[in-house]
Design a protein around this ligand. Structure first.
Ligand code: AMP
Ligand code: ZN
Length: 462
């Protein structure tokens, strides 16, 4: 099996360091809000990695953290703690916020058939491990104390930037760094933050009351569960330039090498060709998709059609196609269930494992599955082989195919009708009933009837 290692910028043969077990650390969610579909794409990538490693015969020992403290609004140590900010805005305690959104995250990953890591570690339950790590950095003079916290001393680590290839002076030139006269280098980052009295989340430490920096959390929890050197560290591409560089700096400070051999990063999801943002109103959750009539696995299929190192542009028409393709795939698989033909499937299986082992090329592996099930000759062996492949895809291919409605609309038609329904709902909200009626009439003239329900408006051919 080959995996692309961001650290060496090359595809490398993967073999576990010990016991045939892949020891993996994944940077988990900051639980201050619902996960959006972009976040979930990154955890789908984590799941595909888990399933592919298993399919290739490796065992798993996988740790993912839950960040419930210390992740400031900017990854580069600026602004407020995201948890504290959310707590204030939602008039809850940070612990309530963490509990609520951790549960929501677990529910999302379950609905997406994302396998649970063997260890899920909450940052707030590992503060001692973090303090320990910071203390060692201070003892080795890799970190120093100022009036507001403990900072990592980047000047002592000339290799900083090995993952992103960004040299420290280049980063400095581009960065918007507020000048803190106590910092030795503008890019020094906090490993421990001294808390003002009114700060809600704080713990005792050798430097007074405070809380950990986000980057130290992952280094400390990775060390605790996986030891000084493990196989794979994963996250999203946004982690490369700051979070993972800082993690590497911290571990190199104690052990002289990065924590993991392989560093894998999932590319971003875009929406309608651009960034997801609150102001554009294009941040979707799994609940949003379910409310619009999609199954979470439709979204999973949508994501599986792009390689994890490619950007993926989300659109509802793309999701419609994915929904249809998944239904067709299930139908094709089911058609083989009781077949008695006896085709030779070795070639397909070989191509499938080649694709999976080629840096998790799932789109290619899906192509192999499609070629296999497309055949006219029906064979129970094909059915079983498809389910074997589905251990990697996780698409519940054994499920009964959903009946496609007879008045099937094309994705373009659906997009247009849904846009008109949204305009009608907006018109009603603005008490512009004439406009709302006009839209209903226009759709009716095309043979489409609307039904208003508590959950929203549905449509069908008259
Ligand atoms: P956070 O909860 O903000 O720490 O993010 C959780 C995970 O989602 C991280 O691994 C990020 O790299 C990832 N992520 C954030 N935005 C996107 C996006 N648009 N597409 C894919 N992954 C993302
Ligand atoms: Zn992390």
């Amino acid at each position: 099996m080959k995996l692309y290692n961001t650290l060496t910028r090359s595809k490398e043969e993967f073999a576990p360091l010990k016991d045939n077990t892949a020891r993996i650390y994944t940077c988990g969610p900051t639980v201050y809000n619902f996960a959006h579909i972009g976040n979930l794409r990154t955890y789908l990538f984590m799941d595909i990695l888990r399933r592919s490693l298993t399919a290739c015969g490796f065992k798993l020992y996988h740790v993912m953290n839950i960040t419930d403290v210390g992740h400031l609004v900017s990854d580069a140590d600026e602004g407020e703690d995201k948890m504290v900010k959310a707590a204030r805005e939602q008039r809850k305690s940070p612990w309530e916020i963490a509990e609520f959104y951790t549960r929501a995250f677990m529910r999302d990953i379950e609905r997406l058939n994302i396998g649970k890591p063997e260890v899920i570690a909450r940052a707030t339950e590992h503060i001692d491990d973090m303090i320990d790590f910071v203390q060692k950095l201070v003892e080795r003079e890799r970190a120093y104390e100022t009036s507001d916290g403990i900072y990592y001393d980047i000047g002592k680590f000339p290799e900083y930037g090995m993952l992103s290839g960004i040299k420290l002076d280049e980063q400095q030139a581009g960065a918007r760094v507020e000048v803190n006269p106590e910092k030795r280098h503008p890019a020094d980052f906090t490993v421990w933050i001294k808390a003002p009295k009114e700060h809600i989340m704080q713990w005792e430490s050798p430097w007074g009351m405070g809380y950990p920096g986000w980057h130290i959390e992952c280094s400390a929890m990775g060390l605790k569960y996986l030891g000084e050197y493990f196989d794979i560290h994963t996250g999203g591409v946004d982690h490369i330039p700051i979070h993972h560089e800082n993690e590497i700096a911290q571990t190199c400070g104690l052990f002289g090498h990065p924590a993991a051999k392989f560093w894998l990063h999932g590319e971003f999801m875009l929406v309608d060709g651009g960034k997801m943002s609150k102001s554009l109103g294009n941040i979707y959750t799994i609940d949003d998709l379910v409310e619009r009539g999609y199954d979470p696995l439709d979204f999973r299929y949508f994501c599986l059609n792009a390689h994890y190192r490619q950007k993926l542009n989300f659109t509802f028409s793309g999701l419609d196609s994915a929904k249809k393709s998944l239904a067709n795939l299930r139908t094709a698989v089911a058609s083989h269930k009781d077949g008695d033909a006896n085709p030779d499937l070795d070639g397909y299986m070989r191509e499938f494992y080649d694709a999976v082992g080629d840096d998790l090329n799932i789109p290619r592996a899906l192509g192999v599955l499609w070629n296999m099930v497309r055949g006219e000759q029906k064979s129970a062996a094909v059915y079983n082989a498809a389910l074997e492949m589905d251990k990697v895809f996780g698409l519940d291919l054994h499920r009964e195919p959903e009946k496609q409605p007879e008045d099937d609309f094309t994705p373009e038609e659906r997009a247009e009708i849904e846009a008109m329904i949204a305009a009608r709902t907006a018109a009603k909200k603005a008490k512009n009933y004439a406009e709302a009626d006009r839209i209903r009439a226009e759709l009716a003239s095309r043979g489409i009837v609307l039904t208003d329900t508590k959950e929203g408006t549905t449509y069908a051919r008259a």
